[in-house]
Ligand binder design. Structure first.
Ligand SMILES: [Zn+2]
Length: 390
């Protein structure tokens, strides 16, 4: 029998309590406090620790050591004094909703596929659950619907400490890692599992169970899950985003993906047309240069790099210039000018080194073609190129 009362097991809904301070020792960034009793749940079994207050002290983390529960507080408490503890109920109830929801999903998946839950991490935004077998998204959605059916049935969740003998007759999950007192959490029609966490008393309190994604993970499946209040706020975000997309694309509620796909296809078709037109325009432009020039410096905006490359190639090939440079703006950086330079007489690799130095640039390439960016005013770039490449 433990000498102190674990109120979080006796009554998971206990939010405030009085206890005696058994010890208080300085620790890194605060004090480690042991109490006669506690309602603070210590981190364990995938469930994060509670936070809250002991009188004026903030409890920042709670962990288990042997049979004890250590409260990491931000100020010292007098040994043998009586303190009033209060846990942050919003945080704890959120953990209870996530944990109970996770059990239902894991129990149903175990029952249907025989997979074990081999990893459980309750993060600040989502809960990650790893299973040792693969499932399709459709299969997970089926399980999710069944899990919410358990929520709607408002089943009573029970936790008990059966004896070792009694346990042999109970077909519960997570049999392996446990010795000594084993707490069994039972959710009728969904799950029986060894667990040290805190749970809601009836499944209805979970509110909603929602899988957000599933990916392959170590030959198994990792599911991102949100329950209760988290699932509600996830839905609020998605509803707002969905409504915005609906208005922007003037489409119906469940047809946003198709509308985006149509938009994407039409945008790609436009890109192709624009690129073909740019190509044509640059060909005509190249023809206007007389043959036999030494250096051409050209400026373009909003034209595809491939079209610029064929423009440059054409200028060199048709002897319009020995060296051709195209300057063009692209992307978001305002003070940045892109360059593409080709030549059939120079060693441009060496030019790139000098030009980059003079014009705060970067980039390079082959002796007959270089590409990169300059960070300098366009007039300075033109002047430097004329000087260097003439
Ligand atoms: Zn559990």
């Amino acid at each position: 029998m433990k000498e102190f009362e674990e109120l979080f097991y006796k009554d998971p809904y206990c939010q405030e309590f009085d206890a005696k301070v058994l010890s208080c020792t300085p620790a890194e960034d605060g004090f480690d406090v042991l109490l006669s009793d506690t309602a603070f749940y210590p981190e364990g079994g995938g469930q994060p620790s509670d936070i809250g207050t002991l009188d004026d002290a903030h409890v920042l983390h709670v962990s288990r050591t042997g049979d004890g529960v250590v409260h990491h507080a931000d100020r010292a408490l007098e040994v043998n004094s009586s303190v009033h503890g209060a846990i942050d109920w919003n945080v704890r109830f959120d953990h209870m909703q996530q944990h109970s929801g996770e059990h239902i999903m894991s129990g149903l998946i175990h029952h249907k596929f025989g997979y074990e839950n081999v990893g459980f991490h309750m993060g600040p935004d989502v809960t990650l659950i790893d299973f040792d077998g693969t499932m399709t998204w459709e299969q997970i959605k089926e399980i999710e619907l069944e899990a919410n059916g358990i929520v709607w049935r408002n089943e009573v969740i029970e936790a008990a400490f059966p004896t070792a003998e009694e346990r042999t007759a109970i077909p519960y999950r997570s049999k392996k890692e446990l010795s000594g007192d084993v707490r069994i959490v039972t959710i009728p029609n969904a799950d029986v599992c060894a667990c040290c966490g805190t749970h809601v008393s009836r499944t209805g309190e979970i509110g909603l169970i929602k899988a957000l994604s599933a990916v392959r993970h170590h030959n198994g499946t990792r599911i991102e899950l949100v329950c209760g209040r988290r699932a509600y706020f996830d839905d609020v975000e998605k509803t707002d985003a969905g409504n915005r997309i609906m208005n922007l694309l003037s489409c119906r509620r469940y047809e946003t993906a198709e509308a985006v796909e149509r938009l994407q296809n039409s945008s790609l078709a436009k890109d192709r047309t624009i690129n073909a037109m740019a190509d044509q325009t640059l060909k005509i432009k190249a023809d206007t240069y007389p043959a036999g020039g030494s250096l051409i410096i050209d400026e373009e905006t909003g034209i595809d790099i491939n079209a610029l490359r064929s423009f440059c190639t054409k200028l060199i090939k048709e002897n319009k210039a020995e060296t051709a440079a195209v300057l063009f703006a692209q992307g978001s950086a305002e003070d940045q000018i892109n360059y593409l330079i080709m030549s059939n007489v120079r060693n441009l690799k060496e030019d790139a080194r000098v030009l980059n130095e003079q014009l705060n640039g970067r980039g390079g390439g082959r002796p007959d073609a270089i590409q990169g960016t300059f960070r300098a005013p366009i007039e300075a770039i033109r002047e430097t190129l004329s000087e260097r490449l003439k």
